[in-house]
Ligand binder design. Structure first.
Ligand code: PMP
Length: 344
């Protein structure tokens, strides 16, 4: 009898359908049930594979992209990696403008995936000609036959998660999810997922995680853009110094802020307690969960889903480096035990 070959046609067929994993130890003593949607199971190791696929395939269907076209984007790294991966399989050129805040590992990885990378200063305003937004816009104008993904202002970013992350979580929880807690950067993940989930059950509470130094929480509460909220912070991919159009503030019930230091320690704690090697913003979302639990947000029987956006291997020279933690002043010997350091 002829044996069937069980293989995927290419790596892109593995995008999406990531697992939902119960959090058992880091949530010890918490009220409720907690589950993480582990997005590092995507082939590009982050949730951004979903938007890269969705936006590029939409452009193909509309006839905007043709073989040899160039795809341009601004990215803290993950979206760039996903676009580079999709570009390889589909035969496009990939140009990325990234922030100098992005880790060396991420930039090297993008170049390894065939992308051309421009590194732009992190601490300039969004409308500064040196900012990665302005650099990407200029490259788009100068490169014939190019498309600019523009994830911060692209409604398709929301749609990608509405079409995949939301339905997956609804199905994986058997419709019993009570809370969604997720990071907000472009806002695509939380907005698309929440929009789908609230259509199924409007009672589901959605909490966005924001960084100190970002404008999102204040904007959600007051409707005003307050530039006094802006100052440099370390977490990559969380919070913003502008109001992204890819954030649907109407489906987010509240925002909670987390610190650089606590998020970093909590990322390390996830690895040590759950055996899930996750990125810096997974630490941020888990830190938010701790704060919410402390303020009595959850009831017994609640089913809380958090999204872990990417993989820890992208932060070896940052969160998972004792030297980096030390350099940031995150090892305050008064409060942090020696055992929290990585032992060699
Ligand atoms: N975590 C990481 C590591 C990211 O790169 C991003 C995207 N910038 C996010 C969280 C936030 O996701 P979103 O852009 O969909 O809000």
């Amino acid at each position: 009898m002829e044996q069937k070959i069980k293989a995927y046609d290419n790596i892109l067929e593995l995008v999406g359908n990531t697992p939902l994993v119960r959090l058992n130890r880091i949530t010890k003593g918490f009220t409720g049930n907690f589950f993480a949607k582990v997005e590092s199971f995507n082939p590009g190791h982050s949730s951004k594979d979903r938007i890269a696929m969705h936006i590029i395939e939409e452009a193909e269907q509309k006839g905007i992209l043709s073989p040899g076209s160039t795809i341009i984007e601004t990215t803290s790294g993950n979206t760039g990696f996903s676009i580079a991966m999709v570009s390889i399989i589909k035969g496009y050129k990939c140009i990325l403008a990234v922030s100098s805040k992005s880790s060396r590992d991420k930039i090297d990885m993008l170049r390894s995936m065939g992308a051309t990378v421009y590194v732009c200063p992190a601490h300039v305003s969004a409308d500064d000609p040196r900012s990665y937004y302005e650099v990407a816009k200029r490259l788009h104008q100068e490169t014939k036959g190019s498309i600019y993904i523009n994830q911060y202002f692209n409604e398709l970013n929301i749609e990608a998660h509405y079409a995949s992350t939301g339905p997956e979580i609804w199905e994986q929880t058997g419709g019993q999810i009570t809370h969604l807690v997720a990071c907000s950067g472009t806002g695509g993940t939380i907005s698309g997922t929440a929009r789908y989930l609230k259509e199924q059950n409007p009672k589901i509470k959605v909490i966005g995680v924001d960084a100190y130094g970002s404008v999102l929480k204040k904007y959600h509460e007051t409707g005003e853009f307050d530039s006094k909220e802006i100052y440099p912070y370390r977490i990559e991919g969380l919070g913003k110094n502008l109001i992204p159009a890819a954030t649907d503030f109407t489906v987010i019930d509240e925002f909670i802020k987390v610190t650089d230091s606590e998020s970093a320690h909590t990322a390390r704690e996830i690895a040590r307690t759950e055996g899930i090697f996750a990125g810096y913003t997974s630490g941020a979302v888990m830190q938010a969960l701790k704060q919410l639990n402390e303020t009595g947000e959850f009831k017994p029987g609640d089913n809380v889903v958090v999204i872990f956006p990417d993989h820890g291997s992208r932060y070896m020279s940052k969160v998972y480096s004792d030297q980096w933690m030390e350099d940031q002043g995150f090892f305050d010997t008064e409060t942090v035990e020696e055992t929290q350091k990585i032992q060699y």
